[in-house]
Design a protein around this ligand. Structure first.
Ligand code: HEM
Length: 155
């Protein structure tokens, strides 16, 4: 009889602990981030009213929807969104050939300007929603060092 009681208690404990484990497993990060390829990022270029507007700088994808007056459809900086526009931001240019993540050949001054706009405008003003494939393929990329990176499974 006593043995049966101990067994029931043990079974109950086992049940509860496995329930807790499954809770932990499915708990979502507050702000999960994701990986974007070029085609996926292009969807968020402000042309669809029901979608947020995303823009990548330095391979980090920001939700710039709250800056709709800059980035929305027909707004002055709409050309920058739905893609990684690091080169354009560095050069303060909206020329089609600068709408790319490629920063080769930029001057030190342009690279510094890119870094400060990245840190002081984008990272302070907009929520990070993910990273571009080109960024994570860089050899020095460490997911755990990225801002807002809380869930390794996202990659
Ligand atoms: C005659 C030319 C331009 C003028 C007068 C101008 C003016 C401005 C002003 C007033 C702001 C600040 C808006 C605010 O914070 O309320 C701003 C922000 C900005 N400008 Fe320009 N701009 C010019 C050209 C450009 C060009 C060519 C680029 C190309 C990349 C550019 C990129 C940006 C960006 C990325 C921001 C930050 C927007 C944000 O806060 O999300 N601007 N501009």
């Amino acid at each position: 009889m006593e043995l049966a009681f101990v067994y029931v208690l043990w079974a109950l404990c086992l049940c509860r602990s496995s329930a807790d484990v499954s809770k932990l497993k499915f708990k979502r990060a507050l702000n999960p981030v994701r990986l974007f390829n070029e085609e996926e990022l292009r969807k968020y270029d402000g042309s669809q009213e029901d979608l947020p507007i995303y823009m990548a700088v330095n391979g980090v994808v920001f939700d710039v929807t709250k800056g709709k007056e800059f980035y929305g459809k027909d707004a002055p900086y709409n050309a920058l969104v739905g893609k990684d526009s690091s080169r354009a931001v560095a050069k303060m240019s909206l020329e089609p050939e600068d709408l790319t993540s490629d920063t080769t050949g930029l001057t030190d001054e342009q690279l510094e300007s890119l870094e400060s706009t990245f840190e002081l405008t984008y990272k302070t003003k907009y929520r990070i929603v993910g990273y571009t494939a080109s960024r994570i393929l860089k050899e020095d990329f460490r997911p755990e060092d990225q801002p807002n990176f809380w869930n390794k499974d996202e990659f």
